[in-house]
Design a protein around this ligand. Structure first.
Ligand code: C5P
Length: 227
């Protein structure tokens, strides 16, 4: 069977990665969480005195961006890929509220996007890839054979994120998460470079009232139509 490229874009915390991961596993494709890459650059910026939450030292980040190596390695315990930053496992550290609250300004920088997009395109050269993010169908893989744009209400997305953090035993406040979800939606949609928008040829999926199972079924139907 010929391998295709699958781009899954949409708002934050709307279950994109769950569906992308499931699909990739079932069909034997590589899964790449592009948001994890922007999160890793953000963690690097926090830990190296580049971003304190107010000002970004863009000159330092511009100089260092090419030395920031991001990779994914399968974690045998979870069966899922963990994110590595310069060969250190940062999977848990990139999922904190601190990184969530600082990632959108970092990912709005043009030179950060140029570098990440180049790395993502290299990862997808052979096709057989499912990548989720904000600009995959519009910028990274505009020729993708299957493009999905996922959305759900901010409240349901915040609730899912809250449940996820709680399940991992992390501290979480629903109001803080809802505020963060709305703030990221705004910045992601209004930035100059590659703003979040649905590609014209993407299929729209509003999963506010769908279970994970229903969503999975819908996605498989779409995959079977094009592959
Ligand atoms: O997908 P996730 O919510 O982990 O992404 C974190 C942030 O990374 C997003 O809010 C967005 O600012 C940025 N991002 C991006 N382009 C992508 C993926 C994520 O700008 N392709």
């Amino acid at each position: 069977m010929k391998k295709i490229t699958i781009a899954i874009d949409g708002f934050s915390s709307c279950g994109k990665s769950t569906m992308a991961k499931d699909l990739a596993r079932e069909v034997g494709y590589i899964y790449i969480d592009s948001g994890a890459m922007y999160r890793a650059v953000t963690l690097y910026s926090i830990e190296n005195g580049i971003f304190d939450g107010n000002d970004i030292d863009t000159e330092k980040l511009r100089k260092e961006i090419r030395n920031i190596r991001i990779s994914f390695r399968l974690n045998p315990a979870t069966g899922r890929p963990d994110t590595y930053l310069n060969d250190v496992n940062v999977e848990n550290r990139i999922r904190t509220m601190e990184v969530s609250s600082k990632v959108s300004p970092i990912s709005a920088l043009d030179f950060v996007r140029t570098e990440m997009v180049a790395q993502q395109q290299a990862m997808g050269k052979e096709k057989g890839i499912v990548m989720d993010g904000r600009d995959i169908g519009t910028t990274v893989f505009p020729e993708a054979e299957l493009k999905i744009f996922v959305t759900a209400t901010p409240e349901i997305r915040a609730q899912r994120r809250y449940d996820e953090l709680k399940a991992k035993g992390q501290e979480a406040s629903f109001d803080e998460i809802l505020e963060n979800v709305k703030q990221r939606d705004y910045i992601d949609q209004h930035r100059e470079v590659s703003p979040l928008r649905k590609a014209e040829d993407a299929l729209l999926l509003d999963n506010t009232n769908l279970t994970i199972e229903q969503q999975k079924e819908w996605l498989f139907e779409q995959f079977n139509k094009v592959s």
